[in-house]
Design a binder for this molecule. Structure first.
Ligand SMILES: Nc1ncnc2c1ncn2[C@@H]1O[C@H](COP(=O)(O)OP(=O)(O)OP(=O)(O)O)[C@@H](O)[C@H]1O
Length: 466
């Protein structure tokens, strides 16, 4: 080991003595000079006195319980990258860390290879200029203007935009959950497009479309002759995401065996193609979407907790359309404009339609609204969309639910759940134009199960076919 002046200096702050000692030893062995301190206060004192190239900080330790080290560290020494290591991940601290421009966010227990990889990545990046310090969050108007493709001014959507704005310029992995059609892919694309990987690829990987037996080959690629039918070397989808973003759609559908393989690739930023022995290294940001409650899947033993934490460093929940207030009207107008391509024969929505849209529960969310507007553009004879231009289930919602909440309170739980199920199935069949296989797939049912459910509700797929 040499103590030459060019050695990079790392300040490590952690209140777990064993962790502090072993991390220091490991990084010294790797050729870094380390200063180890047990709390945030001492870390700040050392920062005032000595130069450092990197800070490695625990979250929950004395002197940082209100993120003092993170905040002061970033504002006073913005040129020193800061890696956060925590045993207790939480959304508010993760978001605050990202907002402060934290370089990386690792979860304990950290594998030493991961730590070394992260440290060497941070130290090889060009030093940030002091002027690149903490970004000032724009206000709601400015946010809407900055992300014009994400339509929505409701409070929950402004909160979503704030998170997008904070995470876009980082490399943090993001998990987006929400019901089907709430715009998870739209949000993922925005995070990519406004980040520093924007010029590189946004690789969509639909977890439902990859058979389990082909997962490795599709994701990591394969060598010629690796298995029957492998007639030539083939790159996998992850290779295409190098320097860019990999977007895993429907992550919750991934079988356990595939989850283990994905975890390795995410942790190590490397994988081995099937039939080859050489590791392929990637520099990829992972954004994932799911319409399942992944925490529940973890509790039920169907989803790996370590993968959930790895991919969900920032976990965003998209609100369903029925909780976005007047956004439904904003979106409807935007779709009217878009779908008429400048012709603008139809100028708006009648008051009855606006009322009805406000009461309907939109089980298919924005995708369903878009379909409804598309249908209205085709059918409407007047300058404003009328109730008669809307599909039956939506009109029925208007007739039967003048005040949904009070009506609900009058009926039994079974009846309420039954009604909700019926609306859902109706919307599903409407969306898939009566195609039972597609509707069953989306609902997570077998064809047979879907048939049974439809006959119990007196619905027939034929009524929805064009
Ligand atoms: N905030 C928004 N502003 C404008 N259009 C939106 C918005 N959110 C979603 N959309 C549109 O709604 C449709 C569905 O969006 P998207 O595919 O992103 O939803 P999703 O949640 O990923 O759906 P799924 O769970 O079925 O994959 C798309 O046509 C998309 O362009």
């Amino acid at each position: 080991m040499n103590d030459s002046p060019s050695k990079k200096r790392i300040l490590i702050a952690d209140d777990e003595p064993l962790y502090l000692r072993t991390t220091g030893q490991l990084l010294r062995k790797a050729g870094y000079e380390c200063v180890c301190v047990p709390d945030g206060k001492e870390a700040l004192e050392r920062l005032h006195k000595e130069p450092f190239d990197l800070i490695l900080s625990d979250l929950n330790m004395p002197g940082n319980l209100k993120l003092e080290l993170l905040q002061q560290g970033r504002s006073q020494w913005p040129h020193i990258p800061l890696i956060v290591i925590t045993g207790v991940p939480s959304l508010p601290t993760a978001i605050e860390s990202v907002r402060l421009g934290i370089a990386d966010y690792l979860l304990k227990p950290v594998k030493y290879e991961d730590l070394l990889a992260s440290v060497s990545r941070m130290l090889s990046q060009p030093t940030a200029m002091a002027s690149e310090s903490i970004p000032i969050p724009p206000d709601a108007e400015a946010l809407s203007a900055k992300y014009p493709e994400i339509i929505g001014r409701s409070e929950p959507m402004i909160e979503v935009l704030e998170v997008v704005d904070r995470v876009a310029h980082t490399d943090t992995n993001v998990l987006i959950s929400g019901e089907s059609g709430t715009g998870k892919e739209v949000i993922a694309q925005a995070i990519h497009r406004y980040g520093r990987r924007a010029q590189q690829s946004f690789q969509v990987i639909d977890c439902t479309s990859i058979p389990e037996s082909l997962f490795e080959s599709v994701l990591f690629g394969h060598a010629k002759g690796a298995f029957t039918g492998a007639t030539q070397d083939q790159d996998g989808l992850l290779s295409h995401s190098h320097r860019g973003t990999a977007f895993f759609d429907e992550l919750g559908e991934l079988p356990m065996a595939s989850q283990a393989r994905l975890l390795r690739a995410v942790q190590e930023q490397a994988f081995t193609p099937v039939g080859k022995s050489q590791l392929v290294h990637i520099d990829t940001r992972f954004i994932c979407a799911t319409n399942r409650d992944l925490q529940e899947e973890v509790n039920a033993g169907r989803f790996r907790q370590d993968l959930f934490y790895r991919l969900g460093v920032i976990h965003m929940e998209l609100p369903p359309l029925r909780e976005r207030g007047d956004d439904v009207v904003l979106l409807a107008h935007a779709f009217l404009d878009k779908l008429q391509r400048g012709e603008a024969r139809i100028k708006g929505l009648s008051d009855e339609v606006i009322d009805c849209f406000g009461r309907y529960r939109w089980p298919g969310n924005i995708r369903e609204l878009r379909n409804v507007i598309e249908r209205s553009v085709a059918l409407s004879q007047t300058e404003t969309v009328q109730l008669s231009d809307l599909p039956k289930p939506i009109r029925d919602a208007e007739a039967s639910a003048p005040r949904a909440v009070s009506v609900l309170a009058e009926i039994s739980r079974e009846e309420a759940l039954d009604n909700a199920d019926q609306s859902y199935l109706t919307a599903l069949l409407e969306k898939h134009k009566g195609n039972i296989s597609q509707a069953a797939q989306q609902a997570g049912l077998s064809r047979q199960g879907m048939h049974k459910l439809l006959s119990r509700h007196g619905l027939s797929a034929d009524d929805f076919r064009a």
